[in-house]
Write a protein that binds this ligand. Sequence first.
Ligand SMILES: Nc1nc2c(c(=O)[nH]1)N[C@H]1C(S)=C(S)[C@@H](COP(=O)(O)OP(=O)(O)OC[C@H]3O[C@@H](n4cnc5c(=O)[nH]c(N)nc54)[C@H](O)[C@@H]3O)O[C@H]1N2
Ligand SMILES: Nc1nc2c(c(=O)[nH]1)N[C@H]1C(S)=C(S)[C@@H](COP(=O)(O)OP(=O)(O)OC[C@H]3O[C@@H](n4cnc5c(=O)[nH]c(N)nc54)[C@H](O)[C@@H]3O)O[C@H]1N2
Ligand code: SF4
Ligand SMILES: [Mo]
Length: 760
Amino acid sequence: MRQAEQSACILCSRNCGIVVETDGERRITGVRGNERHPISKGYLCQKAARLAHYQDHADRLDSPLRREPDGSFTRVSWDDALADIAARLVAIRDRHGGKAFAFYGGGGQGNHLGGAYSRQLVKAMKSRFVYSALAQEKTGDFWVNGRLFGDQRCHLTEDVEHADFVLFIGTNPFQAHGIPNARDLLRELKTDPARTMVVIDPRRTETARLADVHLQPRPGTDAFLMAAILGIIVREGLHDAAFLASRCTGFGALEAELRAVPVEDYVRRADVSLADVEQVARGFATARAACVRIDLGLQQSLHSTLNSYLEKLLFLVTGNFGVPGGNTFHSTFLPILGHTDERGERRLMRTAHHGMFPIAGLYPPNILPSEILHDGEDRVRAVVVDSANPVLTGANTAAYERAFGKLELLVVVDVALSETARLAHYVLPASSQFEKWECTGFNLDFPMNAFHLRHPLFPPRAGTLPEPEIYTRLLVAMGELPDTFPVLERIARREPAATRHGVFLGALGAVLAAKPRWRPFAASIAYRTLGRALTADRARPDRVPPAAAAPLLALAFDIAAREPAAVRAAGHRGSNRFTLGVALFHAILERAEGVPITRHDYEATWSFLRTPDRKIHLAIPEMLAALRELASEPAPAAPFVLLAGERRAYNANQIFRDPSWRKVDREGAMRMHPDDARTLGLTDGARATCTSATGSIEVTIEIDDTVRTGMVTLPHGYGMRYQGGAPNGPQINRLTASEHCDPLARTPYHKHVPVTITPR
Ligand SMILES: Nc1nc2c(c(=O)[nH]1)N[C@H]1C(S)=C(S)[C@@H](COP(=O)(O)OP(=O)(O)OC[C@H]3O[C@@H](n4cnc5c(=O)[nH]c(N)nc54)[C@H](O)[C@@H]3O)O[C@H]1N2
Ligand SMILES: Nc1nc2c(c(=O)[nH]1)N[C@H]1C(S)=C(S)[C@@H](COP(=O)(O)OP(=O)(O)OC[C@H]3O[C@@H](n4cnc5c(=O)[nH]c(N)nc54)[C@H](O)[C@@H]3O)O[C@H]1N2
Ligand code: SF4
Ligand SMILES: [Mo]
């Protein structure tokens, strides 16, 4: 029987609402935009129509697998797999301590509900090492936020919708999205003569084509270009003196540095026109409401952390902060980030080999191979990877293969047999994101923010388990938790509706007070007790109850306590934190289309600031030093700069494995300017070898005049070996190097890989 159900697209951080048509059993037969979704309101891009290729393909796993000494996999039962994994993890922990264990991943673009459960394993292992893709893009940004705003969790967004001047730097929202309903918003910006769109990108992207002004700098020169823009702003007195005086400290020290910027030199270095740069600087500074939106073109290129600082100075120095159309903070529901200031008094676990500290609680993938490969007694010996494919997505694929080959234990939790899973001692099959309760934590909107708990559309594929069950069983097998909590479960089931979980929470509090060992595992305890008692109208009787959502009750209380006015303004009713939190929790359980969680007025953005003096601290000594050092930086000389990892029409991280999901660009071609192709004697469709200091891959050339000369691009999200066949498209991280990264955050310079290209 055909059915239509509400869910979300899981292919990028926007997680647009969808209505999915299914055959009632296992297959997705159609996908359309969901007008009822509070943010996307029916919007979709072309990728969502292909979601059936995620749900159903030949690399889906349906049994735990154990690798044998000869390299083959044997299907084993869940009980056997978890018992052996648990015994080996406990032995490694007890012999070598917490530093011997690292966790990688914990949620991709669509699945963050499992994160609350997988983090418990890190605690059970007495480790702090959580490696994540976020630490190969955004940790420099989080570090800067910590210094400017007093906490690494003070995350910013941009109010593109209400801006009349938008500056996009190093991002291509037409393909990558990242802003609400990107293509609609970009078209509105283009067609409204009163609004200005500027794009800074070395490629004439789909977004740049819609812009009023496109600056096409030499790759890797944004720090120079942004310093020049800021230099022009202060020289011409276009900064917002009133805002800087009332809301910020440290402008004096910063101003001195910015006045010393050799504007003309730096603009020349970026190879753009000075008149254009002046026009952008003046336009931005004098606009009624201006904001900046950035992404990987800044964060994964030279000067990554410094870029994050300068980009924020653009809107801070001009006072475009906390106002309609400017940049703002936003509320947070799922606590994806922590605050781990390396200067703080809290003892932070540094890595053995690099002495690297966490940022926002996360460690950078660039260092993991050497943390495993070094000979020290305190090396990483066991790794659990969940929802990630670092062998293909971390810098230096060969280093990952070597390092993972050396581990005493590698466990991969995935829906599919990924390249990383192929190296594992155990592969644990997760139910897909349409077979379990799921959500994402990428709720970054302001003034209205929303959250979407998705119900399962299908029963779990036979042999698979959802992550909450996998990690809870593993904790039980490790001896950290008992299998059941009969008293708590009984209380949860018998609690009268009138007390709305109050009795259960009191009982849980008493249990955790009596058994402090269980405190790190509250998520699993809630899952096994409250979770079993939860119901939601949209969970059909034949399907799983929303047990995995039990920990969201605590998060609903948190946000109701932190932002009560905004939660009420989003439509939730409750006279105190408790009743308000419960009301929010039940709205989340019941509303299949997603729920507004907070609605703020702009002034309230200041409530998120965490500095003790409630001011923004503009002068960051490390960043001012880095800014000064630009002046003496030699110009890089490489035959070609490869942008390794471009977002295109048909890539979506490593979420689709079957290459037939792509309508175009099956080979993931290398884009090259016609002048360069002529010099090398390459024609459209020709094969060539691309070589970096790390490795060499074969590529197919696509002649394309949207790139600058001297730069070539390859797409992200290719190179998987579907059904064990040849890689489908370029394995770009065979070319990237572990050490080619930001000195502070160790975020990779993936957009700036020196390469040579030779025709084949
Ligand atoms: N279609 C598609 N969309 C996606 C994804 C996907 O795989 N496919 N992945 C999602 C994820 S995980 C992320 S993090 C986002 C990333 O989203 P984006 O960062 O917007 O996407 P990218 O194409 O990686 O890089 C953005 C732009 O940076 C430019 N660039 C390269 N070098 C430089 C430079 O030196 N300076 C400047 N100013 N620009 C430069 C590139 O030309 C490119 O246009 O996309 C998300 N959306
Ligand atoms: N050179 C280069 N490298 C890059 C980038 C680049 O631009 N250039 N971009 C980087 C960026 S921004 C990112 S975000 C990363 C992304 O790379 P990763 O962090 O590796 O994440 P994904 O590609 O999203 O990995 C998805 C994996 O999760 C699995 N999966 C899907 N659904 C589920 C589920 O429900 N449960 C479980 N357990 N697993 C599931 C998929 O099968 C797949 O194997 O790549 C990074 N790597
Ligand atoms: S891939 Fe497209 S449809 Fe899916 S969430 Fe992103 S923007 Fe929305
Ligand atoms: Mo990303």
